[in-house]
Write a protein that binds this ligand. Structure first.
Ligand SMILES: Cc1cc2nc3c(=O)[nH]c(=O)nc-3n(C[C@H](O)[C@H](O)[C@H](O)COP(=O)(O)OP(=O)(O)OC[C@H]3O[C@@H](n4cnc5c(N)ncnc54)[C@H](O)[C@@H]3O)c2cc1C
Length: 263
C-alpha cells in the first residue's frame, strides 16, 4: 500500500519493516510457515528455500476459514456448496468468476452482502466470501501459495453490519421490495490504529486511513486516493486508540447517544 506520511509518499512495507526494526525485530516478508516446534519455526521463502528461525514469543494467525456449517434445503438436499465457498465463507453478491490478478476489478466486490437467490440471508464482516485476494498472490518456487487473506477489519465490518441492518429494518417496515443499502469495500474508506507502545505520556501507535479499502487501479494511480490515504506514528495515535476504546465500549452497551458514535 502506498500512502502519505508528513507529505512524503511511502509504502506500508517500508513502514512496518522499519517499525519492527526500530524495536529490534527482523521482518521477514513473503514467507510461508510450514511447521512450528517448541522454540523453532520452519518456513519457506518465495525462492523456494527452506529456513528455520528460533523464537521466544510468537502469534501465528492461521489461514482464514469460515465456520464449517452445513446447509440443507426444505427437502433435506445438501446445498452447502451453493451457499458457501470452499473456504467456508458465505457467498454473497460478489463476482466469483476466477480470473488473473490483472483482471481484478472494484466491481468484483459485493455491495449488499445478500446471498444470491435468498432475500433473507446476508453475510457481513469476516463471514462473507471475498471474490479474490486484495494483494497480488505469490507462489514459491515449490508451488506453495503465499496469498494474504483480504482483511475484513473492525471498521469495514461495522459499516457492512450497519448497512445490512438498515436493509433489514427497511424491509420489515416498508416491504420486501425496498432497495438494499450498499457498502462496497472497493468504495468505502477505513481507519486503523495499531498500538506500538502503551502509556499516556510515552505510548505510541500507528494511525492510518485509507480510501478505498480495496485498491482500485482504474480510478487511482496508486490504487487509492492519495489525499485520504495517510499514516502517522506517535503518542497521538495512542491517545486516539484509548479514546476509541472507551467510545466503542459505550456504543456496544447502547448507552444514550450511541448511534452518534461511528463504526
Ligand atoms: C488478534 C486480532 C487482532 C485484531 N486487531 C484489529 C485491530 O486492531 N483493528 C481492527 O480494525 N481489526 C482488528 N482485528 C480484526 C477484527 O477483529 C475483525 O475483522 C472483526 O472483529 C470482524 O468482525 P465481525 O463482526 O465480522 O466478526 P466477529 O467480531 O468475529 O463477530 C462474530 C460474532 O459471531 C459470534 N458467533 C459465531 N458463531 C455463532 C453462532 N453459530 N451463533 C451465534 N453467534 C455466533 C461470535 O461469537 C462473534 O461474537 C483483529 C483480529 C484479530 C484476530
Amino acid at each position: 500500500m502506498v500512502f502519505d506520511q508528513q507529505g512524503f509518499q511511502t509504502t506500508s512495507e517500508l513502514w512496518t519493516g522499519s517499525l519492527f526494526r526500530e524495536r529490534g525485530v527482523e521482518a521477514i516478508l513473503g514467507a510461508h510457515v510450514s511447521k512450528v516446534e517448541d522454540g523453532l519455526i520452519h518456513y519457506e521463502t518465495l525462492d523456494g528455500a527452506a529456513h528455520t528461525i528460533g523464537f521466544d514469543f510468537a502469534m501465528l494467525i492461521p489461514p482464514f476459514g469460515g465456520v464449517p456449517l452445513k446447509a440443507f434445503d426444505a427437502d433435506g438436499a445438501d446445498i452447502t456448496a451453493e451457499l458457501f465457498a470452499p473456504s467456508g465463507f458465505m457467498k454473497v453478491d460478489a463476482d466469483y468468476t476466477a480470473k488473473p490478478y490483472e483482471l481484478w476489478r472494484a466491481e468484483d466486490w459485493p455491495t449488499t452482502y445478500a446471498a444470491p437467490g435468498y432475500d433473507n440471508l446476508w453475510a457481513v464482516g469476516i463471514a462473507f466470501a471475498p471474490p479474490h485476494q486484495i494483494s497480488r498472490p505469490h507462489k514459491t518456487a515449490n508451488g506453495t501459495m503465499i496469498a494474504p487473506s483480504p482483511p475484513r477489519t473492525g471498521m469495514p465490518s461495522g459499516v457492512m453490519g450497519k448497512t445490512v441492518a438498515m436493509t433489514i429494518a427497511d424491509r420489515i417496515k416498508h416491504g420486501a421490495d425496498v432497495e438494499a443499502h450498499t457498502a462496497s469495500m472497493a468504495r468505502m474508506g477505513a481507519a486503523c490504529v495499531a498500538s506500538a507502545g502503551a502509556g499516556l505520556t510515552r505510548g505510541s501507535a500507528a494511525a492510518m486511513t485509507m480510501l478505498p479499502v480495496v485498491p482500485d487501479y482504474q480510478r487511482y494511480r496508486t490504487g487509492r486516493d492519495e489525499r485520504e490515504t495517510r499514516g502517522e506514528l506517535g503518542l497521538h495515535g495512542h491517545w486516539v486508540k484509548l479514546m476509541l476504546h472507551y467510545l466503542f465500549l459505550y456504543k456496544a452497551k447502547a448507552r444514550p447517544g450511541w448511534q452518534f458514535i461511528p463504526e
